[in-house]
Design a protein around this ligand. Structure first.
Ligand SMILES: *Cc1c(COP(=O)(O)O)cnc(C)c1O
Length: 768
């Protein structure tokens, strides 16, 4: 980016307000999320306002951090401490700026859309082509109305190929992305059911996605799905685009593929006219096959001889290999990113490292491999790396590789360099790694997973691994079913359904959920001690913990008149007023709650008679939201809830939120969302109606011993596991003491070993 604030104002047709002192300042980077940001010089903050968040509210905090240029749509926030560009719509302004920036470059731009596979096709295309082109691509899965402009704004003159993905969830969004990207080459990946709820038909969804390619020259797609290929061919004819169809099923197409799978890898043959090619991918699933066909077709279009890059397909990796956070040895925290290495992904990884280190004031170390294929002269490249490391206040860099070693003089911080990973391993001293946040970042051929292995804390052979990306995915699936203004309370009781309370609460706070709910006060205390500021409600408040709850701002669920009276007394003793509380009504579950109108009237009188506590919300709990045959009962609960909550609301002048839906309730009765919902098991991956949720937890262990057991012999206590045939048995150090339910023994449960499903034979023992 080379524009000044005033040039940007012109491009986005905005008006400059506030202090003009910074209007000729050149802008270096764009920020839209104040949470991840700390480099303030030459930054321009776009105050985006979405249904759940409004960027304008972070402006004064950002000014304090030194940001001095903003794009706003709310005139009233402008002041004399910074320069403001005032526009009607900040998202539209960001898109306009990106579209303008894109027009400065005329190297080919590939646009990828479709329901599935966008990110993988983008990453794989990069991997197979990166020795031939200097590629700029969307970071992570930046494919939204905001992610696409942010990606495009990273374009610079030293690249010669751009690969960007575009995603939509509703009609009319693609047109805007098309204006920003105007891709020369299009790839339409697989069309599935994702986001189908917002489209009338699958044809409408395809037509909408195709809008990305209106001005493209060529369009690559799979002809094997008739609905898709009909639409695409029509679209290409109408817009004079050259169609580039490929097939895996012998349909008429430019490129005909055939595939054979063996031992987890697939050999793919491609025929183009008379010419034949063959390549191998290290995967055996259908989507990997499809994604690699797209990559081959694109490579064929870009290169005179795709034969040159066939070897690259064998090295493709899974896209999950990036940015994972692990506990390291000696109180270290590891940020692993060893899938690839370039300046943009380095900047993203550094921001994650910074975030992680800041929480615990850790020393910041970066282990970095040579950076390849940037198109920059080496000296300039490592000068830029040094600049990034300095900006992110990195304390120490460890360079691994011949190039980074040769240019180590460029680094101004503490540094060590090794020509290869082997020499790093030979010189490794454990105690030199302590109390640090360590970013381990290298291109794949450097096999930095070995370094992570050395630095990772290993205390157990058995681990429950929680995938936080899957958790965020699940949260968004539920969010998308709710009105934007509906609040979400997430249940993190019982150690977040067994998944780790603090880690999950931190993530949920970052995702701006409105409330967290715990079962008992101690759980809430734990979260407050870990720095959680989100409002917390305690479902079973005990008299003995009232004082703590008040000190730690934990809001009680008051479910009886007696409890209300007692809690009021404690608040009064603390000299406080209007302490936030929640009232629970029993509408048929017959567990906790105020049950009759008399009880409710009594509660109202008690609360209204002084100003010690203030009702934030009234709620009730459904007994059978997941059982359709009991829907009549559920409806009676809704009716009771509506009349009781109306009675309470009408007795107070302030607004009182209402909530009754749990996860299954959100799925089956979205019309009863009122002002808030309480999300529990759905977040952790269980859906009652078959929503596309992701599994968040994987229990992993090791094999202690393998033995062959003859036909007729038995395994374990009670001789329950009798072998019908000679069998190979693995003994795993995991038993009912670890929570593995004994009911899962005797072939009721199963495990995966090297991807193969194997039954649990015999009785489950205590530790095995
Ligand atoms: C646990 C709990 C929930 C969440 O229920 P799920 O079925 O897990 O979604 C909601 N409300 C209350 C009061 C709860 O105790």
């Amino acid at each position: 980016m080379v524009f000044s604030v005033s040039e940007i104002a012109k491009i986005v047709q905005g008006e400059i307000l506030g202090n003009r002192a910074f209007s000729e300042q050149k802008i270096n980077h764009i920020i839209t999320d104040s949470r991840t940001f700390f480099r303030s010089e030459k930054a321009l903050f776009f105050a985006l306002s979405g249904p759940r968040n409004n960027g304008h509210q972070y402006i004064s905090a950002l000014i304090e951090k030194g940001v001095n240029a903003f794009v706003i749509s709310d005139k009233s926030v402008a002041n004399n401490n910074a320069t403001f560009i005032w526009v009607k719509n900040t998202t539209a302004a960001l898109q306009k700026l990106a579209a303008f920036h894109r027009q400065q470059f005329n190297f080919p731009l590939i646009g990828i859309t479709g329901s599935n596979g966008k990110t993988i096709v983008k990453e794989w295309l990069h991997d197979v082509l990166c020795n031939r082109f200097k590629i700029i691509r969307s970071p992570k899965s930046y494919n939204s109305q905001i992610g696409v402009p942010l990606s495009v704004l990273l374009m610079q003159g030293n690249f010669d190929l751009a690969i960007f993905e575009a995603g939509i969830s509703q009609p009319n969004e693609m047109k805007k992305l098309a204006e920003i990207l105007s891709p020369e080459i299009g790839i339409l990946t697989n069309i599935g059911d994702a986001h189908q709820e917002n489209f009338i038909s699958i044809r409408q969804k395809i037509q909408e996605k195709l809008q990305l390619f209106r001005k493209s020259k060529q369009l690559i797609f799979n002809v094997d799905n008739k609905t898709v290929s009909n639409e695409v061919e029509k679209f290409c004819a109408e817009n004079s685009i050259e169609p580039i169809p490929w097939t895996l099923k012998n349909n008429p197409a430019n490129i005909r593929f055939s595939a054979k799978t063996k031992y987890g890898s697939t050999t793919i043959k491609a025929e183009i006219g008379e010419t034949k090619y063959q390549f191998i991918i290290p995967f055996s699933d259908d989507s990997a096959l499809e994604n690699s066909c797209h990559c081959f077709a694109t490579a064929h279009l870009l290169l005179e001889d795709p034969g040159l890059i066939l070897k690259e397909f064998e090295k493709l990796g899974t896209v999950e290999m990036r940015l994972e956070i692990k506990q390291g040895i000696n109180n270290c925290l590891l940020v692993n990113d060893y899938y690839n290495s370039d300046l943009n992904s380095l900047a993203i990884a550094l921001s994650v490292l910074h975030q992680q280190a800041a929480k615990e004031h850790l020393y910041k170390k970066v282990i970095l491999s040579d950076i390849q294929q940037t198109g920059l002269p080496q000296k300039e490249l490592y000068r830029r790396v040094n600049k990034l490391l300095t900006e992110w206040k990195i304390d120490e860099v460890i360079g691994i590789g011949p190039a980074i070693s040769a240019f180590s003089d460029e680094f101004v911080m503490n540094k060590k360099c090794y020509p290869s990973i082997t020499s790093f391993q030979q010189n490794f001293i454990r105690k030199q790694f302590g109390n640090s946040a360590i970013l381990i970042k290298g291109a794949r051929q450097f096999t930095f997973e070995k370094i992570s292995e050395m630095l990772q804390q290993k205390t157990h052979q058995t681990e429950l691994e929680i995938n936080l990306n899957a958790l965020v995915h699940n949260l968004n699936v539920f969010r998308n079913r709710l009105k934007p203004e509906t609040k979400i309370m997430v249940m993190v009781k019982a150690f977040s359904y067994g998944s780790g309370d603090v880690e999950i609460a931190k993530l949920l706070q970052y995702q701006n959920v409105d409330y967290l709910a715990v079962a008992v006060a101690d759980e809430g205390l734990q979260l407050r001690n870990a720095g959680i500021k989100t409002p917390i409600i305690v479902m079973n408040p005990e008299q003995s913990s009232f004082q703590n709850m008040i000190e730690y701002q934990l809001e009680p669920n008051l479910y009886s008149v007696e409890l209300i009276g007692n809690f009021q007394k404690t608040v009064a003793q603390n000299g406080l007023q209007d302490f936030p509380v929640h009232l629970k009504i029993d509408t048929g579950m017959n567990r906790l709650g105020l049950k009759s109108e008399t009880e409710i009237q009594e509660a109202i009188q008690l609360i209204a008679s002084n100003n010690w506590i203030k009702i934030k919300s009234v709620f009730s709990h459904l007994a059978a939201s997941d059982e359709p045959q009991l829907d009549d009962f559920t409806k009676s609960q809704f009716a009771n809830f509506e009349s009781f909550s109306a009675l309470i609301s009408s007795s107070f002048s302030h607004k009182i939120d209402r909530h009754i839906l749990n996860s299954a309730g959100i799925e089956r009765f979205p019309e009863k969302q009122f002002e808030m919902v309480r999300l529990g098991i759905g977040l952790y991956g269980v859906s009652i109606t078959g929503l596309s949720l992701e599994n968040i937890g994987t229990l992993k262990s090791t094999v202690s011993q393998v033995k062959t057991v003859a036909s007729g012999e038995t395994v374990g206590y009670g001789r329950k596991g009798e072998m019908a045939v000679e069998s190979k048995i693995a003994i795993v150090p995991l038993g009912y003491a670890d929570g593995l339910d004994r009911k899962l023994g005797n072939k009721k449960g199963a495990a995966f070993i090297n991807g193969k499903r194997v039954p649990i034979v015999g009785n489950i023992c205590m530790d095995m």
